[in-house]
Write a protein that binds this ligand. Sequence first.
Ligand code: HEC
Ligand code: HEC
Length: 284
Amino acid sequence: MNKYNKIATLVGVWALSSSAAMAGPADDTLVLNEETEMVTRTAAPAHLSDVMDEVISGWHFRGVETRAMQADDFDNPGMIFVEQAQEAWDTADGSEGKSCASCHDGTESMAGVKAVYPKWNEAAGAVRTLEMQINDCRETRMGAEAWDYTGGTMQNMVALIASVSRGMPVNVAIDGPAQSTWEQGKELYYTRTGQLEMSCANCHEDNYGNMIRADHLSQGQINGFPVYRLKNTKLNSVHARFKGCVRDTRAETYKPGSPEFIALELYVASRGNGLSVEGPSIRN
Ligand code: HEC
Ligand code: HEC
């Protein structure tokens, strides 16, 4: 039995097919605001050389209208949330009476940051996601309460920080002190879970370009996060997406912010090394 039949027969609800019209990524170029040409397809990073030649942004797997929406900031609904975060950036909060701007000046100071997260933090002795770093600033430097990991306020801020890196190549470090976390993430990526006994790789490495139910399967890249989804009209975090995908295999899932999802995020981010940062992007 080939893998498509296996997936289709495991559970009746999953129908996987490749139709000529929809197979493969759309042949298109993403130019942001008629100005910045984004790298949405590029040679796979060295660590993937055994499994694929090219890495492709999820943007190529969406329809014409969705792709167009992301190309212009006035049409991108995710940018409304970026504006809201701009206000939060300048607003003092917590016992120290400080705002993000008190220490970091303008948001342009964050250019390049999203491209290298998750990142090893020496003082913490751990890999940190952007959400963890933001909450560390809030709790230890502002004397303010941590924001909910996948909540709107946090994801707005992540989108703001992503937005000033758009067009820069994702470049997360996978060696040195981050290596063991990266390896843990890789292991999770290839582990089959749930009643469907499927791994991330079964869908996003073996079957990208094919249709699964009504959805065009992408490589499951995270260079576009946070993602504004037309389906729920809000910004969605990386970990919320992971949770949804794990649940779709009918498995118990990890919690957003858990060590497992942090490791998985580092690994998945590294599969997109070389693609442009796109967040906030638009998806179904
Ligand atoms: C009292 C000063 C202070 C405030 C207020 C503050 N930060 Fe920070 N922030 C720092 C310092 C210092 C670092 C470097 C810390 C480190 O590397 O561990 C940092 C690091 C960061 C980084 C990581 C940058 C990198 O290059 O890795 C991000 C992202 C960040 N802060 C976001 C925020 C946000 C968002 C806010 C507001 C919610 C905020 N910070 C408020 C002092 C502050
Ligand atoms: C049964 C198939 C299946 C499995 C297994 C699966 N996914 Fe997905 N995933 C999907 C579908 C369908 C979508 C929506 C279409 C798309 O963007 O590929 C999606 C979307 C995503 C996206 C959003 C991509 C974007 O550009 O917005 C990410 C990230 C992702 N998956 C990661 C994962 C990870 C990590 C795992 C393993 C824990 C996983 N997926 C397992 C089917 C799957």
